[in-house]
Design a protein around this ligand. Sequence first.
Ligand code: FAD
Length: 437
Amino acid sequence: MLRAHTSDHADVVIIGAGIAGLSAAHQLISAGVDVSVLEAAAHPGGRMATDDVDGFRLDRLGPLLSSACPELGSTPGLDGLVLRDFAPGVLVHSEGRQYLAGDVRSARGALRAVRSRPSAPHAPLGGAIEQARLGAWLARLAGAPESRIAARPDGAALDALPARGLPPRVVDGFLRPLLSALLADPGLTTSSRTADLALRDYARGRLCVPSGGSATLPGLLAAALPPGTVRTGVHVTAADITSVRTKEHGELGCRSLLLATGAGAAAELLPGLRTPAFHPVTVLHHTTAQAPPTGARLLLDADRSGPVAHTAVMSEVDPSRAPHGRVLITSTVLGPPPPDLDDAVRAHLAALYGTPTDDWELLAAHHDPEAVPAMPPPHDPRRPVRLLAGLYVCGDHRDTSTVQGALRSGTRAASAILADLGVRRPQADGTGLPTAA
Ligand SMILES: Cc1cc2nc3c(=O)[nH]c(=O)nc-3n(C[C@H](O)[C@H](O)[C@H](O)COP(=O)(O)OP(=O)(O)OC[C@H]3O[C@@H](n4cnc5c(N)ncnc54)[C@H](O)[C@@H]3O)c2cc1C
């Protein structure tokens, strides 16, 4: 029998109210299972956090999502999610100039984009023909089934790039900086299959961000849960299948336990779980009087001439992140940050945008040493979420280290729990509600 929820018992206790735990909670509750989500922090959302500073909405992370990611549309609770698209293609900065590349609306679009800008004698991205080849290559990748990419041999992304059939200038001037940004991995040690799938998502959709900041996404998930489901400020110190111990509220009994913390905290609670290496990420936000003229495009540094991997005038992409008439520039440093972070970033941004930055005001800088779990080859994007009946684990470290992977791992964990509890998922016609257990 499924039991009713009390303050000291729930059928399923979920530790962690990041997007993985919240999406699992949704799917369990909509199947009639009683769930309690325990979150150590004061707010749900985990790594998808946004701070309010003087009317600016400042993401602690700078997630680059793809509008092609099916989970953004299909995860229950996310119906109200508004995504703000970057302009098509990316601007690549190399040898002192900006180039538009990778507009995959069509190969002809890529060609036009290049013709509309003067080409340097030795344009690092190559000429119009190379751009057209890139457009056609991305269009082919967009149409490739996921199963075909998943069946490719796996190696480090950096080693696999030369075999992709594109001119070295396009690989170095476009693919490498774009993939580094998408994977938060400056050395491209990530599995080549995972990298190909990330590029496929890029080619199939538009780069985008949640309107109002990345916290909007978990905020929607949390708000759509029954009141009292998420208990914040509750830090779990020990856990087993039938109970969890908390720092603040004693013990809580359960029938099943879902560990939905990040990889490090999961391994602390459940010794034996593998802790991956991590890619550190630092995100900086500046404001200035006049927006640099890049519009709503992502600007990548192909030359690695400073600490910034990518940057954008975020108030052009998502005007709701800045007070009316104000400018917000969000920049990302991948890997360990330099000791003189503010000065080094400011100088690099001056070169990238081609404008003085001395009077830019730094609004915030946030460093996360465990931002993104590394995904070296061979990477299994469907690591088991069921450890044994009654004990489950989800989060980006069980899938791909992305928003998409975290949501998908939550769905997989919810399915495993429902199967073990003998509960069928509700169907659209209302059948399939709890049957047993
Ligand atoms: C700087 C940065 C940049 C990123 N860039 C991108 C990107 O461009 N694209 C992309 O798709 N993804 C990106 N990501 C990754 C993405 O944000 C994560 O994959 C995703 O948010 C992970 O969600 P999660 O639910 O698995 O884990 P988390 O968000 O880490 O949630 C885990 C939750 O568990 C809670 N918790 C931990 N221990 C306990 C405990 N003992 N008791 C109670 N609660 C506990 C934590 O407080 C947290 O709320 C980035 C992440 C960072 C930090």
